[in-house]
Design a binder for this molecule. Structure first.
Ligand SMILES: [Zn+2]
Length: 367
């Protein structure tokens, strides 16, 4: 089995390997940064594509059950039903405490474009559940404790696309999610800006401030007493930076799609829409939609920010049935590594052009 396949099953014995890989990755990133000033992406030219893929896969770390247990009690992890509520607030335009962020390795060509789903090798029955943690400028959105608790209780892997401001207003929950081996966090813009309308500096800040906020919280967690007790194990367990991005409103244009990819981020869309932010959508309908449309390599979009009104109730109707059919739940980084990515050059809900109405409805979406 190639080394990078082992990384999906990393146990304690692999910590040293992962640490070495992490150091290698750090060096590559630093080298890329130091050469960027001269406009010479020397490191990528020097490295063959296999090496790049290997480095990228080293970011597929797995979280740490020890870290989760060391830092929170079971009660703290369970949260409460009131976490789900959404509060309107006056916009706070302040940036993260620090706006610098780690530069990513160059995105492999096969991961460029707007990724709809993956064709897994040997039609392996994999499915990626993804939950958006959107938070607009004028609100503090919620955290769906019932949903996360269900995933934890039933060992269902999932990916959370978190707004940067959501992470700031839910710092503790963000650290719990990043420490949990079941989960992966990805970038969902700072204040849910519409990147088909925003451009220039405003567009870039939506992306980079979110990268920065995640890295700040990771640092904070690693510096905490509970994590320090675990030594290198904690640092190895949590990816140093975010490597995937989801466009708010599912909206991009050529410029923003290129910008995201040039920052080294894979743009992740979906091919199954639960429609869970619609208050009229029932748990039964969400379950039916997923069960009728699932195919190996599907990416399902739902919400865990309080606007997935019946999503937590839908999970019990979906998870055991999919498992009975032979499906396995994976995080997006695992899915990307297990087959051929199917991507398009535009962003949409289910058909090209079907989300243009959001530009009129939400404008820049960021204020
Ligand atoms: Zn969103």
């Amino acid at each position: 089995m190639p080394l990078f396949d082992l990384l999906g099953y990393a146990g304690p014995g692999l910590a040293a390997v992962l640490l070495a890989m992490a150091a290698l990755n750090d060096n590559a990133e630093n080298a890329a940064v130091s050469h960027a000033a001269n406009g010479l992406p020397a490191i990528t030219k020097a490295m063959d594509s296999t090496m790049m893929v290997l480095l990228r896969k080293s970011t597929q770390r797995t979280g740490s059950p020890d870290l989760l247990r060391a830092c929170w009690t079971p009660e703290q992890l369970r949260g409460s039903a009131s976490d789900k509520s959404i509060q309107k607030q006056a916009p706070d335009p302040s940036p993260p405490e620090r706006i610098t962020y780690r530069k990513q390795a160059i995105l492999p060509e096969k991961l460029s474009g707007s990724i709809r789903y993956v064709k897994p090798r040997n039609s392996e029955k994999l499915v990626a559940l993804t939950f958006d943690l959107c938070e607009q400028a004028n609100e503090r959105s919620g955290y769906d404790a019932d949903l996360v608790n269900y995933l934890r209780d039933h060992k269902v892997k999932a990916t959370f696309f978190a707004g940067g401001k959501w992470m700031r207003s839910h710092a503790e929950k963000t650290m719990q999610l990043m420490a949990d081996p079941l989960f992966e966090i990805a970038n969902h813009a700072w204040t849910h800006g519409n990147l088909r309308v925003l451009n220039g500096r405003e567009m870039e800040e939506q992306i980079t401030w979110t990268q920065a906020e995640y890295e700040l919280l990771r640092e904070k967690l690693l510096k905490s007493k509970c994590a320090a007790k675990l030594g290198d194990q904690a640092a190895v367990a949590i990816p140093p930076s975010l490597t995937e991005f989801r466009f708010p409103y599912g909206a991009c244009n050529g410029q923003s799609l290129t910008a995201v990819n040039q920052m080294g981020l894979a743009a992740i869309q979906w091919n199954i829409v639960t429609g869970d932010p619609d208050r009229g959508q029932t748990a039964e309908n969400i379950a039916r939609t997923i069960l009728n449309q699932v195919q190996p390599g599907s990416i399902v979009i739902a919400h865990a920010n309080g606007r997935g009104w019946h999503t937590a109730e839908a999970l019990p109707l979906v998870v055991s049935k999919l498992r009975t059919r032979g499906y396995r739940f994976v995080k997006i980084s695992e899915l990307l590594a297990r087959g051929e990515v199917v991507a398009t050059d535009s962003c949409y809900e289910l058909k090209p052009g079907d989300n243009l109405r959001y530009d009129r409805q939400f404008g820049t979406g960021a204020k």
